[in-house]
Ligand binder design. Structure first.
Ligand SMILES: C[S@@+](CC[C@H](N)C(=O)[O-])C[C@H]1O[C@@H](n2cnc3c(N)ncnc32)[C@H](O)[C@@H]1O
Length: 206
């Protein structure tokens, strides 16, 4: 975990220094790339009256959309990058944003008093790190433990697995390997792989 933390933090910190509170600091090529992924969540989930935990929330843009689009949403965004959370608090003072490494959120009830209906993670599991599959599986398991209803996340990849460049900051997963792992945790899953050639979204229900 430590290796990932250092590598991720260094990359995000360098981008933030250059671009500030911009989608490029979050490693999205365009704002549209982030929004395209958000839309997949909205197509499936009715967020009205839901308690939502947004893991790796960046500046909290997702939260801003959710509280505007839906009624009575309780939103909390967490991100490992202090700079993102500080900027997010200035951009969206109405949002509840906190600095956390999600791997350390063993029990959201004890840390925030809330069990979340929906846990979201957009763009959080894309980094190229040692033991890519192992990291992704451990992270999915952890995120799934934090919801009482649905975990929704996206990831770079497809099936067959795209070619990976070992020097790249990102790593493309085999979507079928990922869904197989998800189905070992829940049989109530949805795989959406129709909106982008190299990105997919999974919904896992408790
Ligand atoms: C590609 S950005 C996406 C940000 C936001 N979800 C969006 O879609 O605009 C991925 C985010 O995940 C955060 N992140 C990565 N690993 C994390 C961890 N272990 N705990 C919390 N946040 C993490 C990064 O700091 C970064 O803000």
């Amino acid at each position: 975990m430590y290796q990932l933390k250092m590598k991720s933090l260094n990359i995000y910190q360098a981008k933030f220094k250059k671009f500030g509170s911009n989608h490029k600091s979050l490693l999205w090529k365009t704002k549209g790339a982030a929004h395209q992924r958000f839309r997949e969540f909205w197509k499936e989930i009715d967020f009205n009256n839901k308690k939502v935990l947004d893991i790796g929330c960046g500046f909290g843009e997702m939260g801003n959309f959710l509280v505007k689009r839906y009624k009575n949403v309780t939103y909390k965004g967490v991100d490992i990058m202090p700079e993102f959370i500080e900027s997010g608090k200035k951009l969206y003072p109405q949002l509840d944003l906190e600095i956390h490494d999600f791997h350390e959120l063993t029990n959201t009830v004890s840390y925030s008093g809330i069990m979340y209906d929906i846990v979201l993670a957009s763009g959080v599991l894309n980094s190229n790190i040692p033991n890519n599959m192992d990291y992704r599986e451990k992270s999915i398991k952890k995120m799934f433990e934090l919801t009482n209803n649905c975990l929704a996340f996206n990831m770079l990849g497809s099936h067959p697995q795209p070619k990976n460049d070992e020097d790249s900051n990102v790593w493309y997963a085999d979507s079928l390997e990922i869904i197989e792992y998800c189905m070992s945790l829940s049989q109530r899953v949805i795989l959406r792989a129709n909106y982008h050639p190299k990105d997919f979204t999974i919904f896992m229900y408790v």
